[in-house]
Design a protein around this ligand. Structure first.
Ligand SMILES: [Zn+2]
Length: 340
């Protein structure tokens, strides 16, 4: 239902058109949901990004009218709604949240209105991941067998030249991870995704380690120890998500240490934009690899195997290629932002 009319944006941005303005924002509650109705003078295609307790809604090529009115309501979920005029070509709404939420955006064409729908987040994903990690670190795995891939001799671009990046495909061996609806285990999909990502990173000049390049389960302590000893620039753990509610779908990203925050934001934004799945947010969670690695590190969950649409996607090479491209984009954006 979200972004259904994205294609029609082209109509609204024809050359010479007066810039679209946001003139009113109404907050209200209806049947257990929280809504923000945002009224514009023309069609505007809003994009959201959920980073911990802040939900950013960006309206490209749109400005706030000088007389914009915000009708706020008291709310259990929303602590504050404010506008940012920092970038005159991109109107940004900053929603500060009191609790974990899910959200959806509908751009209503013809009525020049964008609707943000906010509900309580529905699941216990974190318990599942913690449970898996606890079992893994207690059980001796096969000795770690990381594989090093040098940068390609004549990379097509050199933006990651000199960088060392560790990719950690989740699960392996006697630990299949989540089973997808089609029966393909998570461990196969994480490995294929990591291999596709490694190829693209090497083409951009990076040296890449895979913590496994075969069907093999190692102990997470060994994975972390290896990453810290290697003094890699960044560490990326790749998983696919699963839950007992098949209606839940979307992209989640996790980090833990403050040194990882900027990297995690860059990764989450690139993957949400690249895959165009539901944005389930960037979250700070004490997962094992992101907690104990010394360098900026993230754990990625680009899609849900327990959702039939996303399971089909994760089982297609073209979608995994999009995941890989998005990861590389996030990595490049991160290193570029560090130069500024
Ligand atoms: Zn996993």
């Amino acid at each position: 239902m979200r972004n259904i009319l994205l294609g029609l944006l082209l109509l609204a941005t024809a050359a010479g058109a007066t810039p679209v303005e946001i003139n009113q924002i109404d907050q209200f509650r209806d049947r257990g949901f929280e809504y923000l109705d945002i009224y514009t003078t023309g069609f505007s295609s809003a994009k959201g990004l959920l980073l911990e307790n802040k939900l950013y809604i960006d309206f490209p090529d749109t400005a706030f009218s000088k007389a914009v009115k915000i009708m706020k309501k008291k709310s259990k979920r929303i602590a504050n709604v404010e506008i940012s005029r920092k970038d005159p070509t991109n109107a940004r709404l900053i929603i500060t949240l009191n609790k974990a939420i899910d959200y959806d955006i509908v751009n209503v064409f013809g009525r020049n209105k964008t609707v943000i729908e906010i509900s309580d987040r529905l699941d216990n994903i974190l318990a599942y991941q913690f449970d898996w990690e606890n079992k893994n670190v207690k059980k001796k795995g096969a000795p770690l067998k990381p594989v090093k891939f040098e940068a390609l001799a004549a990379p097509s671009d050199i933006s990651l030249k000199g960088k060392t990046i560790i990719l950690d495909p989740g699960h392996g061996g006697d630990d299949p991870g989540a089973f997808s609806a089609s029966g393909v285990p998570e461990k196969n999909l994480t490995l294929k995704t990591a291999q596709a990502t490694a190829r693209l990173l090497r083409e951009a000049g990076a040296t890449v380690y895979l913590t496994r390049d075969e069907d093999r389960r190692s102990n997470l302590k060994d994975v972390v120890e290896f990453a810290n000893k290697e003094k890699a620039g960044i560490f990326i753990s790749i998983h696919y998500n699963s839950t007992n509610n098949s209606g839940i779908s979307g992209t989640e990203t996790y980090y833990y240490n403050p040194v990882s925050r900027a990297f995690a934001e860059s990764m989450h934004e690139a993957i949400v934009r690249g895959l165009r799945r539901r944005d389930r947010g960037l979250h700070r969670v004490r997962f094992y690899t992101v907690k104990y690695t010394d360098m900026p590190s993230v754990l990625l969950e680009p899609a849900y195997l327990s959702n039939s649409d996303e399971n089909n996607l994760a089982n297609s090479a073209s979608f995994r290629e999009e995941v890989a491209e998005s990861i590389v984009k996030g990595v490049k954006n991160y290193f570029r932002s560090k130069l500024r």
